[in-house]
Design a protein around this ligand. Structure first.
Ligand code: NBP
Length: 485
């Protein structure tokens, strides 16, 4: 451990649980960094110091010492439990920091909290940066994908430090200044929402293959490993093969068969959906993924429903190889929809909150370090480079062609799942979204008619300008009306 000499550290970390410790070690391993560390309870600091003497951490027992150990402008990254803990640490830091210093919240904060905190901290002259950090423990240690918000000025100091610890994809660090105040945490939230959808789609693919072909988890692991060499190549496909191959030491069973089938959640998927509802953006794939976890975690309801009847016909797959290829294509098409919906929400959020978010750059910084890292993010970047004003990602030529090539398989898989009584909510909602988006005419016209009938909510016509209402309880003639939406 280095002497706690004043002003020797160029960066500090507050909160030394798993994420903070690993991030601090990552920072310390990069040329030119001296890292100050502080944790509410000193035990965690002591553990970190004793386990990693090589890091040369500058440790403090009080927040005052911690501030004094940093060179100016002081820069500290908070890695504590999101919520009240974050507010408590910000309060402490604003007491001991000075105008021009930078406080970074690297936790999973709700972006509206970040907007509130940035506003309050800015009044003290201190910069506040909400930075989404993805990649879990391993990413924090070896290189995460980092999504910082905050002022452009703070990024001048912070950018080089974050670039030094970020993952590198195709020679470029996976970090970019996303936008002001809450933009970084907003984009991290969408990242997590897409992660939920991607994981659910993979889980549905596994379930269909297992129940359709009778292959064992280890055999399906081989299928995923094979998929990981093609257009589906991604971290989530890779780890799926690893999980499916794992054998439980105690029972000798595939591990996946002894894991309780009730999925947990930390809340960022739900935030993505709640925010999408507020913004009016249909992120149906993400929503179905969140709800699928909720459904799985209702043991009493599931137990009560086990004897509800399923399909009367038995289901068999005639040609397993063709079926597996259909599932692969359905997965790819559904994944494109999940990302397209996620980017729609980024566009809507940017418009609502006044952020200038460069979508292609976001796809780039998700290519490495983070949980949804995938080869096909390059295609998203290219789509936004080719057409910065792209209205829906799925309409970009590459994705249009990819979905066109997959759609027959996609339709067969969704129909098969329905026929066999196998839940595939993310596959089927993605296909419905696709068909809804491309429809010439939607039954929304009927909904408008119903709304006008019971609530005089009015409607527009396809053949002339204006807003109209039918006198449903009168002579049913049409009158001009004031638009009430
Ligand atoms: P936790 O989320 O488990 O938080 C534990 C840390 O928060 C400890 O250092 C604890 O100090 C500190 N803390 C708490 Br709790 N309340 C505090 C308070 N009132 N004042 C000061 N410190 C307080 O740690 P984590 O799993 O390392 O995650 C850190 C952040 O990173 C979270 O926001 C998390 O959502 C985010 N994140 C986690 C992952 C992941 O894979 N785990 C990935 C991406 C982002 P103590 O030691 O004194 O109790």
């Amino acid at each position: 451990m280095a002497e706690n000499a004043h002003g020797t550290a160029n960066i500090g970390v507050v909160g030394l649980a798993v994420m903070g410790s690993n991030l601090a070690r990552n920072l310390a391993s990069r040329e030119g960094n001296t890292v100050a560390v502080f944790n509410r309870s000193y035990e965690k600091t002591e553990t970190l110091l004793s386990e990693h003497p090589e890091a040369g951490f500058v440790a403090s027992k009080t927040i005052e010492e911690f501030a004094a150990s940093l060179s100016t402008p002081r820069t500290a990254i908070i890695m504590v439990k999101a919520g009240a803990g974050t507010d408590a640490v910000i309060d402490q830091l604003t007491q001991v920091f000075e105008p021009g210093d930078i406080i970074v919240d690297g936790g999973n904060a709700l972006f509206t909290d970040t907007i509130r905190r940035e506003k309050a901290v800015r009044e003290t002259g201190i910069h506040f940066v909400g930075a989404g950090i993805s990649g879990g423990e391993e990413g924090a240690l070896n290189g995460p994908s980092i999504m910082p918000g905050g002022s452009a000025e703070s990024y001048e100091t912070l950018g080089p430090i974050l670039s030094s610890i970020a993952a590198v994809a195709e020679g470029e660090p996976c970090v970019t200044h996303v936008g002001t105040d809450g933009a970084g945490h907003f984009v991290k939230m969408i990242h997590n929402g897409i992660e939920y959808a991607d994981m659910q789609l993979i889980a549905e693919a596994y379930d269909l293959i297992r129940r359709g072909t009778g292959k064992s988890p280890a055999e399906i692991a081989d299928v995923f490993a094979e998929w990981n060499t093609g257009e589906l190549e991604s971290y989530l496909i890779e780890i799926t093969a690893e999980v499916l191959r794992q054998v439980d030491a105690e029972t000798g069973q595939p591990l996946v068969d002894v894991i309780l089938d009730q999925a947990g959640a930390k809340g960022t998927g739900a935030w993505t959906v709640q925010t999408a509802l507020d913004l009016g953006i249909p992120v149906s794939g993400i929503a179905e993924a969140v709800f699928a976890r909720s459904l799985s975690s209702k043991p009493a309801q599931r137990a009560a429903a086990t004897d509800l009847p399923g399909p009367s016909d038995a289901w068999t797959v005639d040609d397993p190889e063709t079926f597996i290829e259909d599932v692969r294509r359905a997965l790819y098409a559904s994944k494109i929809i999940a990302y397209s919906q996620g980017f729609d929400e980024i566009v809507a959020g940017a418009e609502q909150y006044g952020w200038n978010i460069r979508k292609g750059e976001i796809a780039k910084i998700w290519r490495g370090g983070c949980i949804i890292r995938a080869q096909f993010l390059n295609r998203i970047t290219e789509a936004y480079v080719d057409d910065a004003g792209l209205v829906a990602l799925v309409t970009a030529p590459y994705f249009r062609d990819a979905v066109a090539g997959a759609q027959d398989s996609w339709r067969r898989v969704v129909a098969t799942a329905a026929h066999a009584g196998i839940p595939a909510p993310a596959f089927s909602s993605s296909l419905s979204y696709y068909d809804g988006l491309r429809a010439d005419r939607l039954p929304a016209a009927l909904v408008q008619g119903q709304r006008d009938f019971f609530g005089a909510h009015t409607y527009k016509r396809v053949d002339k300008e204006g807003t109209f209402h039918t006198l449903w309880s009168g002579d049913r003639s049409e009158i001009s009306a004031v638009d009430t939406h």
